[in-house]
Design a protein around this ligand. Structure first.
Ligand code: NAG
Ligand code: NAG
Ligand code: NAG
Length: 409
């Protein structure tokens, strides 16, 4: 029993959608919007003479109903037009001017803020003349036109602190109340321009730029109908992307092939100087400037990554001096230049001819040590030799004396 019921409902729903789709492609030019719900409510405009006009019909509880024109004004038209995505109400068309419908006929009264005709309160149909001969129709302003955002500046790259001028343009029948500039990914508008008089375009200015404002921008306008007090927003315009350049002072260092005292390179050996930036931009390059006692020379390398290495294969006197790095970004005719890095002093020294200073000091120490050792050994030896000699002589003298004494007797 339950299964049977569900099957019937599904078939009915499918039929309902089939009717809608067929109506949607008909040459009668009606507008409609599908709400993904089995039983509605959803509204359509039938048999109009152009898009966004026609007899008002509401699909509810598996059937289409029409509305008596009794008491209709722009408030009802606004609700219908917004519900079908056709902007606001322009006209109410009385007396079945868009043809007679079939089925039930209802009498409603809207406040103007309802999201759908199905939410407007019903009034009991007490008027006997409310038949299909009084089926109401509406003409809407049409969906709000998409605005166009353009950049008034001739370039897309700005430095920190600069001002960007955008222009938002639209041809719309609506009474536009304001234009807004949105940054991609930010829900609240960055700039709002209210309109006192009707205008097709306004200038939206973003001043005192910082790097967080780099990104995509689009604009939107808002309008209000004769009867509605709430704003209706247009679709977003195209996006325009801007770059905000903040050039950090680059860093620099050098590497050389042999170990040398800090700040020096060996004559005839190679050395490299690297310039590096924290934040690379497309179109960036590095300048390496050498300040010598007799003048200045500079060279450039493209910055394919965040650094560039200048190579010097054969260090000579002409490489001596102070090296400075600078980062430059060039795009769409604009040039942005960083400050110069700290100076990097480089002096070219001669390699020691045969043996290094270290080896010489080793040899000197070794020789000193040897001389000291030999002297010590010689002194020791001499002292040991001398003492027994003296004793021997004394003994001999003593013996001689004895001998002499004996001889005198
Ligand atoms: C180059 O020198 C820097 C700083 O003096 C050092 O950090 C880096 O490791 C060196 N690079 C090479 C390849 O020797
Ligand atoms: C200098 O740079 C070149 C090329 O990048 C590299 O081959 C060489 O080893 C570098 N020399 C030193 C001393 O870092
Ligand atoms: C400066 O001196 C270096 C060598 O010390 C020499 O190679 C260079 O040509 C000199 N430059 C000028 C402008 O005189």
């Amino acid at each position: 029993m339950v299964t049977k019921m569900r099957t019937i409902l599904l078939v009915l729903t499918t039929l309902g959608y089939a009717v809608i789709i067929w109506d949607g492609v008909s040459a009668e030019g009606e507008s409609l919007r599908l709400i993904p719900s089995e039983e509605g409510p959803f509204t359509r405009l039938v048999n109009g003479n152009r898009l966004c006009s026609g007899r008002v019909e509401l699909f509810r509880k598996y059937q289409w109903v029409t509305f008596c024109d009794f008491g209709w004004d722009l408030r009802e038209a606004d609700v219908v037009c917004q519900d079908v995505g056709c902007g606001l109400g322009k006209n109410v068309v009385y007396g079945a001017a868009f043809g007679r419908g079939t089925g039930n006929i209802r009498v409603v009264q809207c406040g103007g803020q309802e999201a759908s005709l199905g939410l407007c309160p019903n009034i009991p149909n007490s008027d006997p003349s409310c038949t299909h001969g009084r089926d109401v129709g509406v003409e809407c302003t049409g969906p709000p036109a998409v605005p166009t955002l353009s950049l008034l500046s001739p370039h897309y790259m700005f430095s920190v602190g600069e001002t960007v001028h955008f222009s938002c343009y639209v041809l719309s029948e609506h009474h536009i109340s304001d234009f807004n500039l949105y940054k991609k990914g930010v829900t609240s508008p960055l700039v709002t321009q209210r309109l006192a008089t009707a205008k097709a375009s306004v200038e939206l200015t973003l001043s005192n730029l910082d790097t967080a404002q780099q990104g995509g921008y689009s604009c939107q306008y808002r309008f209000r109908g004769a009867s509605t007090s709430s704003f209706i927003s247009s679709p977003l315009s195209n996006y325009i992307y801007i770059t905000v350049v903040d050039l950090f002072t680059p860093e620099n260092w050098y590497n050389t092939s042999m170990e040398t005292p800090a700040g020096s390179v060996l004559r005839g050996h190679s050395f490299n100087i690297t310039c590096s930036t924290q934040q690379p931009y497309p179109g960036g390059s590095f300048q390496l400037r050498l300040v010598r006692s007799n003048g200045t020379v500079s060279q450039w390398l493209p910055a394919l990554t965040s650094f560039a290495t200048f190579t010097f294969p054969d260090a000579q006197n002409s490489n001596e001096g102070y090296y400075y790095c600078r980062y430059k970004v060039q795009q769409s005719g604009r040039i942005f230049m960083s400050r110069e890095s700290q100076p990097l002093p480089i002096s070219v020294i001669d390699p020691d001819p045969l043996v290094s200073r270290v080896v010489i000091s080793w040899i000197v120490s070794a020789v000193t040590f040897l001389v000291a050792l030999v002297s010590l050994v010689v002194i020791m030896h001499w002292k040991r030799e001398k003492k027994p000699l003296e004793l021997e002589r004394k003994t001999r003298t003593c013996v001689d004396n004895t001998y002499v004494a004996v001889a005198l007797k």
